[in-house]
Design a protein around this ligand. Structure first.
Ligand SMILES: Nc1ncnc2c1ncn2[C@@H]1O[C@H](COP(=O)(O)OP(=O)(O)OP(=O)(O)O)[C@@H](O)[C@H]1O
Ligand SMILES: [Mg+2]
Length: 256
């Protein structure tokens, strides 16, 4: 059975950073095979992971729409086989995990038959991994478009601000209205300065019925790597962000 773990939250709170560290955690602890899905159209999960990216599912969609619109043959294949083949080509295969970037979402006037095939194709691909880890854009567009797969664990990332927490609470609400069933929802407050969360934030977490999995400190080592364009997986083992996120993951390990 595939476990699906998704990371969501307000813009710029650290979703991509934590997704990369989560993937690294699963790999290091030999939890099983991992498919990383970059569901943010600005596709930067590959940079955080330090792997190349050539093609996105969105590119495949556009290219197919053009081919069909222009009446071209799809390399003599059925639409199904062709799109399946192109998804395989868009898949970045690394030794420790694979990565698929969704790229630009379907726009209005999209080629819908291709879309349905692509969604089913991504779902089917996902089924062959032990873990699927999804880095979402600030909205929950990707989750709301998913077809069959449910989400086992959703991490809602917030910064230590009331606005961040309210966005997380709203995301939790939206998720409960989706077709996608979600197992556990955990709040992670990232970039916290000092050891404790201010009382106002603790109160808001309680009032919004969010389950706090833990807090992660602001870590200058992250900014240093960012400044040099280095992947986050280069963070030293004993870096504060890595250590506190690992403690959180160990605490919820039963769900992973
Ligand atoms: N614990 C941390 N300490 C210091 N800097 C951090 C920490 N977590 C994230 N950052 C930095 O904050 C910035 C935003 O992080 P990231 O890109 O992971 O957020 P995001 O939620 O994925 O953003 P977006 O909504 O744009 O996708 C990055 O420059 C990242 O290096
Ligand atoms: Mg991001």
């Amino acid at each position: 059975m595939t476990k699906t773990i998704a990371v969501a939250g307000k813009g710029g709170t650290g979703k991509t950073t934590l997704t990369a560290l989560l993937i690294d955690y699963l790999v290091r602890n030999r939890k099983g095979s991992v498919l990383a899905i970059d569901a943010d159209p600005s596709t930067n999960l590959n940079l955080a992971l330090g792997v190349p990216l050539y093609d996105t599912v969105g590119d495949v969609r556009e290219e197919t729409a053009t081919a069909v619109g222009g009446g071209q043959e799809l390399a003599g294949m059925s639409k199904w086989d062709y799109l399946d083949m192109r998804i395989q080509e868009a898949l970045v295969e690394e030794t420790q995990f694979d990565l698929l970037a969704m790229g630009r979402p379907e726009g209005p006037g999209c080629y819908c038959a291709a879309n349905n095939i692509l969604r089913t194709s991504v779902d089917r691909l996902s089924e062959s991994y032990d873990y699927v880890v999804i880095d979402n854009e600030a909205g929950l567009e990707h989750l709301s478009r998913r077809t069959t797969r449910d989400v086992d664990v959703l991490f809602l990332v917030s910064d230590p601000s009331l606005r961040g927490l309210i966005a997380a609470a709203r995301a939790a609400e939206v998720v409960s209205e989706l077709k996608t069933a979600v197992g556990a929802i955990y709040l992670v407050v990232n970039r916290v300065v000092g050891d404790e969360l201010p009382e106002s934030l603790r109160k808001s977490i309680e009032e919004n019925h969010l389950k706090l999995a833990g807090v992660i400190p602001a870590d200058p080592a992250v900014n240093e790597l960012d400044a040099m364009g280095e992947p986050l997986v280069k963070l030293p083992d004993d870096s504060p962000i890595r250590r506190s996120f690992e403690a959180i993951l160990k605490a919820v390990d039963g769900d992973l």
